[in-house]
Design a protein around this ligand. Structure first.
Ligand SMILES: Nc1ncnc2c1ncn2[C@@H]1O[C@H](COP(=O)(O)OP(=O)(O)OP(=O)(O)O)[C@@H](O)[C@H]1O
Ligand SMILES: [Mg+2]
Length: 582
């Protein structure tokens, strides 16, 4: 970078450190012009450029050394080199050196006491004469410099160091042509250095880009793998959840079967003639596969009878599935009985088995069949006729092996006449009709049922209730029980809860306003009531094997004093010895 005029002159320093020669006393740049002119050495210059150009292909460090070598050669100097500012810009570093000073390559010098510092401060080329007078710290650089010609070295427009040529003896004097050559080479080297550096940066950026592209690709690949793995995991989990759901569903069925089995053991209590007749029929129809229609008033024990039939059938190890036809809305009845396919209707998120499918191999109990809608009756008819059905939204028939037991407290023949029940379905169901008697037709079962329920509810309530007074028993026997056994059961449960003593008593008020039969007249053991009383005592004697007194005696069972029972037995002309062997 040749600058014209006075800019090449060194500005005088107002003051210099004591003992140190001022800058103007060692700088003689002006002299260059006064020295004899030489014609330009373009050939040498071109060779130097060629050398630098070929170094371009290499790294910036090679360019710097090539530059030092070429300056040394072209300027015919004794030493030549390049000083670069360190990162903190406090020192110079001899990055490349050629000639006598070559061994000093890598040396450093403080910026503020080196000629390079002055050149950069003034941003102009300078010719120095015996600079050790100003920079004594550089005396280690031997042989000493007689003349030193320095030009700034720029990278990206910023002076980052100097290029220098040194003459160690007074015989070699630098001239204007030397300065032109040095500046020209400096410019070329700057451009080359910048180019290589940009290429390096570019290479670095490309490498970084490639690296980030690869990293991105790896990340994408990794993500894809993760997504695949997660999807597979989710699919697997879905499968497992489905399996679990099915398992749970089956377990529910098994559990239900278990519960059913447990309730199968619920006793049918009573020994009245009417009940015995029913149980005889149960024993006969149980082992068959016939459809049974159980009729009877509410609370008479129709479900209990249905379970007893199932229990006595070859299907007893399979499910007993109970459906309360009055408890399910008619719009849901078909799906409840026959199941549905996924998406068959709004809300059908999963395929669901119906009760007929669940009962396969076992028994389905259709309670309150009289409440079924006409549409469901049609579907039911098909199952009964063809032993197959279709799920709601399903595409094919499903065969099933289910025994049907139906129950109703309605008079189906009246319903047929009313047009609310299909006659063909009635005949399909009525294969084996079974009528469960009302409570009032089996009054003699009342004492034993009362005892059974007291035992059950006292145990549940943690109470000790030994019996019931004769007066209360008479009260219970004189009531008509429209709600049948269920009503009796509820009354006893309530009485047990309220009871404070070990003898159960029932408040007459509970039956006020309800039909009570006239109380039994003492001594008049005629008619139905006499029979009831006699049957009651007989049952108690049979259960206590003819014993009247004692904790397991008939008197305790009936809740009367033994002496009272003895006189009752006498009055009824019963022989208690007959029951000893039973
Ligand atoms: N013989 C009996 N021995 C003991 N408990 C009985 C007897 N009969 C019925 N029960 C009990 O009475 C209650 C009513 O019986 P169940 O539900 O079988 O009557 P239901 O005829 O089906 O009544 P509904 O017509 O109202 O459905 C049940 O708790 C049942 O256990
Ligand atoms: Mg019922």
């Amino acid at each position: 970078m040749i600058e014209s005029g006075s800019s090449r002159d060194v500005p005088s320093e107002s003051s210099s450190p004591i003992g140190v020669a001022p800058l103007e006393s060692i700088v003689c740049t002006q002299e260059l012009r006064n020295r004899p002119l030489r014609s330009p050495e373009y050939e040498k210059e071109t060779r130097a450029f060629e050398a630098l150009a070929s170094a371009l292909a290499d790294s910036p460090r090679t360019i710097l050394q090539t530059l030092a070598d070429k300056v040394f050669e072209v300027l015919n100097a004794d030493s030549a080199g390049l000083s670069l500012l360190t990162k903190d810009e406090k020192r110079f570093y001899w990055a490349a050196v050629a000639g006598a000073w070559r061994p000093h390559i890598g040396a450093t010098a403080p910026r503020n006491c080196a000629p390079c510092g002055d050149v950069l401060d003034h941003n102009t080329p300078m010719l120095f004469n015996h600079w050790e007078r100003r920079y004594p710290q550089l005396s280690w650089a031997v042989p000493l410099a007689d003349e030193g010609l320095l030009v700034p070295f720029y990278v990206n427009g910023k002076a980052v160091g100097t290029i220098w040529a040194i003459a160690h003896n007074s015989g070699r004097k630098f001239d204007a042509e030397d300065l032109r050559l040095l500046e020209s080479m400096s410019r070329f080297a700057s451009a080359a250095y910048q180019a290589v550096e940009s290429i390096e940066t570019l290479k670095f950026e490309i490498a970084a880009r490639e690296k980030s592209d690869t990293a991105l690709q790896e990340l994408t690949d990794g993500l894809e793998i993760q997504v695949r793995i997660r999807t597979e995991e989710l699919e697997q989990r879905n499968k497992e959840v489905k399996q679990l759901q099915e398992q749970l569903f089956k377990e529910n069925i098994v559990l239900r079967q278990e519960i059913d089995k447990t309730s199968m053991f619920e006793e049918i209590v009573g020994s009245s003639e009417a009940l015995r007749k029913v149980l005889l029929q149960v024993a006969k129809v149980g082992p068959t596969h016939s459809t049974v229609l159980i009729t009877g008033e509410t609370g008479t024990g129709k479900e209990l009878i249905a379970r007893a039939i199932h229990k006595r059938s070859p299907r007893s190890s399979c499910a007993f599935v109970s459906v309360n036809c009055a408890g399910i809305p008619s719009s849901l009845m078909a799906s409840e009985l026959f199941g549905h396919e996924k998406g068959a209707f709004t809300g059908a998120a999963q395929r669901r088995q119906g009760r007929f499918e669940l009962a396969d191999g076992g028994t389905i109990f259709l309670d309150e069949i009289g409440e079924l809608s006409i549409e469901t009756q049609v579907m039911l008819l098909r199952v009964l006729q063809e032993h197959e059905f279709e799920r709601v939204g399903g595409s094919g028939p499903i065969r099933t092996d289910v025994r049907v037991i139906a129950a109703t407290n309605r008079d189906l023949e009246v319903a047929i006449a009313d047009g609310t029940f299909r006659a063909d379905l009635f005949y399909r169901l009525n294969v084996f009709p079974l009528e469960v008697p009302a409570m009032r037709e089996r009054r003699m079962d009342i004492p034993v049922l009362v005892e059974y329920f007291i035992h059950r509810y006292a145990k549940r309530a943690g109470k000790r209730i030994r019996g019931i007074s004769q007066e209360t028993l008479t009260l219970l026997q004189s009531y008509d029980w429209p709600g049948n056994i269920r009503e009796l059961q509820n009354v006893i449960e309530r009485a047990v809860i309220l009871s404070d003593s070990n003898t159960l008593s029932i408040d007459k008020q509970w039956f006020s306003g309800r039909p009570l039969r006239p109380p039994a007249v003492s001594g008049a053991h005629t008619g139905e009531l006499a029979t009831v009383e006699s049957e009651t005592v007989k049952v108690a004697l049979r259960q206590s094997k003819g014993r009247v007194a004692g904790p397991f005696g008939a008197a305790t069972r009936l809740g009367v004093p033994p002496s009272t029972l003895e006189s009752k037995i006498k009055a009824l002309k019963l022989d208690k010895r007959l029951y000893k062997s039973e």
